[in-house]
Design a protein around this ligand. Structure first.
Ligand SMILES: [Zn+2]
Length: 204
């Protein structure tokens, strides 16, 4: 296999990228100035050296002074009684940027297609159980599930609720799901903070 083929295969792993588009990317790089390729290579390796994953919410954040927790998790002003469970980092960026939610977060790291086997490999369910257990001793009262409004999102919410049920019952924690009809397609997207606040108010 040539380097062009292996690079094409790497691009094919990107979300929504097919063979032809992957090949186009590879040729685009080949036709680009070497300086651009070097910069890109540096940026990619910078992801390992400059970014780390939070030990509590599992989102990615910029490494600073050796802390294992992200700035949001260590922020004492945030409310420990609610935990908003999101599918991915992009959802966090979107919702956190609105400033309409003041509790804690957890990034599940994926979703579950219907009939998928081995859910624990696809999503951070074990880590979520650990997070809920430690949250219980810090006043956690409600877990809010906010996934895409599609079959996969609903399946994920069902699995997560079912798995968390015993621990939630043990610590009298309520599990709620974000209001429907506001997120569209495969993405959890809220056009503005008003629609998000509405969905948050209409959780059930
Ligand atoms: Zn965090």
């Amino acid at each position: 296999m040539s380097i062009l083929d292996t690079l094409t295969d790497s691009f094919k792993r990107f979300p929504g990228i097919g063979s032809r588009q992957a090949r186009r990317f590879a040729y685009f790089l080949l036709n680009s100035p070497e300086s651009f390729r070097n910069e890109l290579a540096q940026q990619i390796s910078g992801l390992s050296s400059e970014i780390k994953q939070c030990a509590s919410c599992y989102r990615f954040f910029r490494k600073e002074n050796g802390t294992t927790l992200c700035p949001t998790c260590i922020d004492p002003a945030r409310d420990n009684t609610t935990l908003l469970v999101l599918e991915k980092d992009m959802d966090f960026e979107n919702i956190h940027g609105m400033g309409a939610y003041s509790g804690r977060y957890f990034i599940l790291g994926g979703s579950l297609p219907i009939l998928s086997d081995d859910p624990a490999r696809r999503i951070r369910i074990r880590q979520l159980l650990t997070r809920v257990e430690s949250g219980a001793s810090q006043g956690l009262k409600e877990i809010i599930l906010a996934f895409g409004a599609n079959a996969e999102g609903e399946n994920t919410a069902q699995y997560v609720s079912k798995t968390l049920a015993p621990i939630a019952e043990k610590h009298t924690i309520t599990i709620t799901v974000l209001g429907k009809g506001l997120s569209t397609g495969t993405e959890l997207e809220y056009s503005d903070s008003d629609t998000f606040v509405h969905a948050l108010r209409n959780r059930r």
